[in-house]
Design a protein around this ligand. Structure first.
Ligand code: NAD
Length: 339
């Protein structure tokens, strides 16, 4: 932690133009770091990438590398970096049943390329964004030592990415330490348009239908993005060669309750269309946070009502055109959030 707090520390963030990555970039700049942001999204043509990074593009300590991790020269990218935060991935459970090649390339092959570059460059620390989806179907709090049994191709690729990170860290000759964080459903401003809370709030704000998968009793541990960013930065200071840590919001909430909260924080009803749960959807996620408390001193600070109020406030500030991208028309089947 002292290292990351030192002004001018050079760090790299992959997936910098994404939801969580763009928040992490802002927080690291705020701590005085020199930040290299890497993403394959084009800032010119992708409205979301520009929306996400618009405030930092001219920052004197921010530099931008546009390209795909599967073919960039990563040795050049990580050169001189003390910390590499690897958030780039193709997320989403449902679409992983059809677009698997890109999941493998971006979530596994790219991760191994990055690890090789870190090893060659002598990078001391990599923080990997893993996912609660590695756990699969569980009915109790998930702890890091539980057997991971993912039930979606996405979950399989996140577990593979995590394992290849740990394998590199555990090499007897390794100087690279890795901390893998298993994020539990992250929400807040800029949440991906395929994810539930963004879509529920957008439905409330536009009057479009929200397509709910299942009967609404499914539960998720929702984690506010600022808590995730704090934990991710703290993970850079974990002083063990290889660690896996859950990052959750502190409670597991049913989708019906989330919809009720959306009604409260927006003052509008949420028009609903219900369809059956999709392959790969799990009934519930819930995090055991003991390891996060022990190794990171982590305590989630933002409860769901507060977080959803901020998220809705951000959505109200979007142009009508952008807001509509978060409220796709009703679907019989559709994308389901990553967990
Ligand atoms: P996101 O899609 O908003 O961001 C991911 C970014 O990675 C995108 O900007 C994308 O362009 C980039 N990317 C993907 N493949 C790439 C490649 N091959 N080369 C370069 N860039 C590439 O997703 P997010 O929700 O911000 O998730 C960030 C990370 O956190 C991911 O690793 C995801 O698996 C993990 N995660 C997210 C959640 C969540 O609830 N959002 C939960 C668990 C884990």
């Amino acid at each position: 932690m002292t290292g990351i707090a030192a002004p001018g520390t050079k760090v790299a963030v992959t997936g910098a133009a994404g939801f969580i990555g763009s928040h992490l970039v802002e927080a690291l700049l705020g701590r005085g770091c020199e930040v290299v942001g890497i993403d394959r999204r084009s800032l010119r043509s992708q409205t979301l990438a520009r929306l996400h990074l618009g405030d930092v593009l001219d920052h004197p300590r921010f530099s931008w590398v546009e390209g795909d991790l599967t073919d960039l020269n990563l040795n050049e990218v990580v050169d001189g970096c003390m910390y590499v935060f690897h958030l780039a991935a193709v997320p989403g459970v449902r679409s992983s049943w059809t677009g698997f090649e890109d999941y493998i390339a971006s979530n596994v092959v790219a991760t191994e390329r990055l690890l090789r570059a870190c090893r060659e460059a002598g990078t001391p620390k990599l923080v990997f964004a893993s996912s609660s989806s590695v756990y699969g179907m569980v009915d109790t709090l998930s702890a890091e030592n539980d057997v991971a049994m993912p039930v979606s191709p996405y979950g399989v690729t996140k577990l593979a990415g995590e394992q290849i990170c740990l394998a590199y860290a555990k090499r007897p000759d390794s100087r690279l330490s890795v901390t893998a964080l298993r994020y539990f459903t992250v929400y807040g401003p800029r949440q991906r348009p395929d994810m539930a809370i963004a879509r529920i709030l957008a439905a409330a704000l536009t009057g479009e239908q929200y397509t709910i998968f299942g009967d609404g009793t499914e539960r998720r541990e929702f984690t506010y993005v600022d808590d995730v960013v704090e934990a991710t930065i703290a993970a850079a200071g974990v002083d063990v060669p290889a660690a896996v840590i859950n990052i959750g919001g502190g409670s597991s909430v049913s989708m019906i309750d989330v919809i009720g909260l959306a009604r409260e924080v927006t003052g509008n009803p949420v028009p609903l269309t219900a369809v059956p749960a999709q392959p790969g959807d799990v009934r519930a996620t819930a995090a055991n946070l003991s390891m996060a408390r022990l190794l990171l001193g982590y305590q989630p600070r933002t409860d769901l009502r507060t977080g959803m109020t901020r998220h809705a406030g951000w959505m109200r500030g979007l142009t009508p055109h952008l807001l509509r991208t978060y409220a796709p028309p009703p679907m019989i089947t559709g994308p389901k959030e990553a967990t």
